[in-house]
Ligand binder design. Structure first.
Ligand SMILES: Cc1cc2nc3c(=O)[nH]c(=O)nc-3n(C[C@H](O)[C@H](O)[C@H](O)COP(=O)(O)O)c2cc1C
Length: 184
């Protein structure tokens, strides 16, 4: 049984990203996986201070004591980390980036600053379509996983979706379900 952690950086909990997440979870759970989802926009998470003073207490690795304390134990145990959220200015949302930066405190808990080994997925909704629209965030995601030694299991960028409900009936929902189900 694989443990999956979803970090949702989208604010619209009935939006297009939410559709992808729900389809992914349906698939993942049907394959017997355990999924924990955090809706970051509803949480109290501050930006990384860059103090490089974290990691002293593995149970509470960051000097800032906010809702990241709920995420750290799940992150430690997770086999798969799912980055989810809409595309904002050709990147991930601020909510998602803020949480991602704060995961560094767990890396600091290791004497050699080794980032925990994870497999990753990216689920993203976007208004634009095509390779040029997707390239900046795909490059970022690939660089991130490459630098940190994470294994990409797949990414879905569902373009052509602006308003809530636009993703209904689109093939990316089925792709997200299949991607979730493929995790064993
Ligand atoms: C501040 C902001 C920036 C956005 N930037 C982009 C962008 O760079 N490229 C794009 O294709 N869509 C962009 N969009 C559109 C969203 O990605 C799109 O509406 C998406 O479906 C929202 O997902 P959600 O329903 O999960 O909130 C932007 C939307 C907002 C509000």
């Amino acid at each position: 049984m694989t443990k999956i952690l979803i970090l949702n950086g989208g604010a619209r909990l009935n939006g297009n990203t939410a559709g992808l997440i729900e389809a992914f979870i349906f698939g993942a759970e049907s394959s017997g996986n355990t999924v924990t989802r955090f809706d970051l926009d509803k949480m109290d998470i501050n930006g990384c201070k860059g103090c490089l003073c974290g990691g002293k207490d593995p149970a509470s690795p960051c000097v800032q004591k906010d809702d990241m304390l709920k995420i750290y134990p799940v992150y430690r145990e997770a086999d798969v980390l799912v980055f989810a959220g809409p595309m904002y200015y050709w990147g991930i949302t601020g909510q998602l980036k803020t949480a991602l930066d704060r995961l560094f405190a767990v890396t600091e808990s290791d004497p050699n600053w080794a980032t925990p080994r994870k497999k990753t997925v990216l689920l993203m909704a976007a208004e634009g379509t095509g390779e040029a629209n997707d390239k900046p965030v795909v490059d970022y995601y690939k660089s991130l996983t490459n630098f940190l030694g994470w294994e990409d299991l797949g990414y879905i960028i569902a373009g052509g979706n602006l308003r809530v409900g636009d993703i209904k009936g689109k093939p990316e929902l089925e792709q997200a379900k299949k991607l979730g189900a493929s995790i064993k």
